[in-house]
Design a protein around this ligand. Structure first.
Ligand code: HEC
Ligand code: HEC
Length: 559
């Protein structure tokens, strides 16, 4: 066997614990504020916040634009997640109306959620491993509910299906103490810091902002380093083109700020402000209903919803949206939601915040349940569902097929902003690493079981970052014999199998699997830039009670 490659160092061990994360809850009234399109950011920005447009100078505005652009970069950066594999936009795609494009993510609670990160846990230190997942195995985790859209979310002062985010932005101390200047309309700030620390969506078990872990990681990361560079939106290229890390960029963008200025690089507050500012630029106001270009059928559909449907008692902030003589919407009713929670008789479901109807024609999944609840798989099913309601929730009298088609036409097309559908500015975005490399696409070969008959699986989707040091390359093994020695073998080309799938094999890392048969390798030693772009192959060898067994293998390209 060839000798160990000096470029790759010893890998460290990570083992697992499973603390639970508490969820914060807010209660409070929610009223959609009227949009004022002459103002930027939108008035739904926190009152009293210095970015409230009305008091902003031209210089402040240019600074606000820079903050929003930084937010756009962060929203699409997969490095925000522990696995380098999930950005906010992974679950919130404009061309699906701001919801998840991907189907098939079934949660054990019966809902179709969003695919998140591979199960991984904190061990009390920064080093962490793949968690013993009580649900299935080494598969990526799934959120308990479907993702609502972030487009138009700036209108709500409480967010999430249960409205637990907002209206203020708390300081993260666990006492719900608001950050000064963020005591109203700061739901977006409050929300934005959630997903990166959530162990299903983007983080790992017990990840907290107060640990400084994410800040340290991002401070060393180059913005959008993983996406297809040719697809980076023009308005943020000044950020990625600087050739520097988030640390410096955060200081450039926020350094002037009287409350959160100076040095310090990535902080929780700055991260929240950047994401929230970006969201406040996502204003979907060029649909036919805004431009006065509803067709006769779509207009008919709107009128049917208004006259025969109960819909606007929840899907409107005024309860009775008016079209102007030009056929456009009155600007006080922009989002088609009252922002309140209601029950609509979905089987087994709690009350939920009324979602916006804007861009619903682009959704692939419907309701917080995602897919198939009450047999709703598409918008036509959804209209039938409401049309069959006898409890004041639907249409009275019920729609006939022609009328159903008109309501469908209105919902499917009349509320769709073409810039959202085509992902053009401000809804443009880069092509993600994870979209070009679906989970498991880098896995090949077959496992060879030992006496225990287990087919060990390599858990491998995080691309290694060439850095000083590398903290972020994790390779796991699951479904292996429990409490057995696992050795990670590496090479610079693949082999043909049937047992060994890695050529030039050298063993770099030995650890014990836990009592569920999981282990993680984490590469702490710097790789050099000579490794950039050249593939690394790896596979686990596991001691199955004295006999070697082997996992399948995976291929990585360092970035
Ligand atoms: C793994 C998928 C996933 C990722 C990653 C993700 N989200 Fe979400 N998002 C969801 C789900 C699921 C919900 C609903 C959660 C709930 O209501 O309990 C949600 C809710 C939201 C909402 C609330 C919309 C409303 O009207 O209530 C916003 C805004 C949002 N996400 C923005 C973000 C941002 C910003 C990030 C990155 C920091 C992010 N999301 C990362 C899945 C995801
Ligand atoms: C009592 C309040 C209420 C009424 C009346 C109502 N809805 Fe809803 N609607 C909701 C709530 C709440 C949800 C989210 C439920 C969930 O996902 O669990 C919802 C979901 C939807 C969705 C799915 C949106 C998405 O993002 O998945 C559409 C479309 C919709 N409603 C259209 C209508 C139409 C059309 C009518 C009239 C026939 C109507 N609604 C009547 C409260 C209401």
């Amino acid at each position: 066997m060839p000798s160990r490659n000096p470029l790759l160092g010893t890998l460290l061990l990570g083992l697992m614990t499973l603390p639970a994360l508490a969820q914060r809850t807010h209660v409070g009234a929610l009223v959609g504020e009227p949009p004022d399109t002459s103002n930027w950011p939108h008035p739904a920005a926190p009152d009293g916040n210095i970015w409230h447009r009305s008091s902003a100078s031209a210089l402040d505005l240019s600074r606000q634009t820079a903050i929003a652009q930084l937010g756009k970069v962060l929203f699409w950066d997969e490095q925000v997640s522990s696995g380098n594999y999930t950005s906010c936009g992974t679950c919130h795609a404009p061309r699906a109306g701001g919801t998840d494009l991907r189907l098939g993510a079934m949660n054990s609670n019966g809902n179709s959620g969003s695919f998140g990160v591979p199960p991984q846990s904190d061990t009390g230190t920064i080093d962490y491993g793949f968690q013993i997942n009580p649900v299935s195995s080494a598969d990526v985790l799934v959120t308990p509910v479907a993702a609502p859209t972030m487009i138009g979310a700036y209108m709500f002062n409480q967010l999430f299906w249960d409205r637990r985010a907002g209206p203020d932005f708390d300081d993260g101390s666990g006492t719900n103490t608001p950050v000064p200047n963020f005591t109203d309309w700061a739901a977006l700030e409050d929300l934005a810091v959630g997903p990166p620390a959530n162990e299903v969506e983007m983080g790992h078990e017990a990840l907290t902002w107060s640990s400084g872990f994410l800040q340290t990681k991002l401070n060393k990361a180059f913005p959008l380093a993983l996406v297809d560079a040719s697809t980076i939106p023009p308005d943020v290229q000044w950020i990625t083109g600087m050739g520097t890390t988030y640390h410096k960029i955060f200081d450039i963008v926020f350094g002037w700020h009287p409350q959160f200025g100076g040095g310090g690089g990535v902080t929780r507050e700055r991260f929240a402000m950047a994401l929230a500012h970006y969201h406040r630029t996502l204003i979907p106001d060029q649909a036919p209903i805004d431009l006065g270009t509803l067709t006769t059928d779509q207009r008919q559909g709107f009128d049917l919803i208004k006259t025969r449907g109960s819909c606007f008692s929840c899907h409107s902030s005024t309860r009775s949206p008016e079209l102007t003589s030009q056929g456009t919407l009155d600007p006080f009713d922009n989002l088609f939601s009252d922002g309140e929670e209601h029950g609509i008789d979905l089987i087994g479901q709690p009350r939920r915040k009324t979602p916006t109807l804007r861009n619903v024609g682009l959704h692939r999944k419907f309701f917080s349940t995602g897919h198939g609840n009450n047999n709703v798989f598409n918008l036509q099913d959804l209209i039938r569902f409401y049309n069959q309601q006898q409890n004041g929730l639907g249409f009275d009298p019920p729609l006939d097929p022609t009328e159903e088609a008109q309501v469908l036409d209105f919902l499917a097309n009349g509320l769709t902003d073409p810039r959202v559908a085509s992902e053009t500015f401000p809804f443009d975005r880069p092509q993600l690493f994870g979209e070009l490399n679906p989970t498991g696409a880098n896995v090949y070969g077959n496992a060879t079981p030992g006496p225990s008959g287990l087919f060990a699986r390599i858990i491998a989707c995080s691309p290694p970052k060439v850095d000083q040091p590398i903290d972020w390359w994790k390779v796991g093994v699951g479904e292996a014999p429990r409490n057995s020695t696992a050795v990670l073998m590496l090479g610079f080309s693949s082999w043909f199998g049937p047992t060994i799938w890695v050529d030039s094999v050298f063993a770099t890392f030995a650890t014990m699997t836990d009592n569920q048969g999981f282990a993680t390798a984490q590469q702490p030693v710097p790789m050099t830039s000579a490794l950039l772009g050249s593939a690394i192959y790896c596979q686990w060898e596991i001691d199955d009670y004295g006999t070697p067994s082997f996992s399948d293998a995976a291929r990585f390209i360092p970035y």
